[in-house]
Ligand binder design. Structure first.
Ligand SMILES: [Zn+2]
Length: 316
């Protein structure tokens, strides 16, 4: 099912897609998430994070998506990276017999070595747990608009542009290092005789994205950044499998200027204490992605590692 037809679960599904799919590079780099060596938490109610804090009642709603880098011992990383580079050289030599060669771009080689190192260290239970939040603690507010096959932009996000910006600002008031407002747009898939479906999806995403961008209110002094993500749908396929589109930065994400406020810093420290305490109750995750979720049954956080969503281990 495409996101256009996902109704009530559209936003939740898109947030899960962000964690698992690879088209969100700009968001990951703006929020300093070094894929695949990062942890995430999705749709965590404010009241769970601020439990016991004087401001718990003042913040209503959820943090759509937050995360940061996983942490490892420097020695472990260096060794796994060296091993990765050496394996790439071995692969290159093996391929040379068939006239092939690996991509010589040093940046790509470092990225491949880092991804391999991350996977090995995670699988071997080498990550520090709970993560070192001082290495990075950032968040995103996600809003999804829909664009019909007839070319109509539908306002599905509750409230005005002002209310949406207020929600993103609230995340800054919780003390995250950096906050992104993600304005996604999903399209109704359409078939046009004589056209490749990716061509149609890309054109729909482009036009819908343009119309949404025209309506965005961007204030230079907003303490968060804004990203636009138009996603074109292919008939009968979910966007996580096939689609066209991309993501662009409308306003770069600043370092959260509200962190200098002592009240903001106090909320941040409270949240990090809660997260550390709750996550320490779980064993070191050994698969990616590492995702913290909220259990609506036992009203506690739980850790679900790996692509498939695991149920809360307390409630089964
Ligand atoms: Zn539970």
């Amino acid at each position: 099912m495409s996101l256009y037809h996902a109704g009530q679960v559209r936003e939740d599904t898109l947030i899960d897609d962000i964690v698992c799919s690879s088209i969100w590079d700009e968001l990951f780099s703006e929020l300093r998430w070094p894929r695949p060596m990062c942890w995430f938490a999705v749709r965590i109610p404010f009241k769970r994070l601020l439990v016991g804090h004087a401001d718990a009642g003042r913040f209503k709603g959820d943090v759509d998506l937050m995360g940061g880098p996983l942490s490892f011992d420097r020695e472990d990383i260096d060794r796994a990276m060296a091993q990765g580079r050496s394996e790439l050289a071995t692969l290159d030599a093996a391929w040379a017999r068939h006239g092939r060669s690996i991509e010589p771009d040093p940046m790509l080689i470092e990225r491949a070595a880092r991804e391999r190192a991350g996977r090995e260290l995670v699988w071997n239970g080498k990550m520090k747990w709970p993560p070192d939040f001082s290495a990075g603690f950032t968040a995103a507010e996600v809003k999804v608009a829909v664009f019909s096959a007839e070319g109509r932009l539908k306002r599905t996000e509750e409230g005005s542009g002002h209310a949406i910006r207020k929600q993103a600002r609230r995340l800054c008031e919780l003390g995250f290092d950096r906050v992104a407002l993600v304005r996604a747009l999903v399209t109704e898939a359409a078939s046009v005789p004589g056209c490749n479906p990716w061509m149609v999806a890309g054109a729909n995403a482009g036009q819908g994205g343009y119309e949404l961008a025209e309506r965005l209110v961007i204030k230079e002094d907003d303490p968060f950044g804004t990203l636009l993500a138009p996603l074109g749908a292919i008939p009968d396929r979910p966007e996580s499998e096939a689609g066209a589109g991309g993501i662009c930065i409308i306003k770069p994400i600043p370092n959260n200027p509200l962190r200098v406020d002592p009240c903001v810093d106090n909320r941040r420290r409270h949240i990090l204490d809660v997260l550390s305490r709750e996550l320490a109750a779980f064993p070191v995750p050994t698969s990616n992605p590492v995702v913290v979720r909220d259990c609506t049954k036992c009203k506690r956080l739980f850790v679900s590692a790996g692509i498939t969503v695991q149920p809360c281990s307390r409630c089964g």
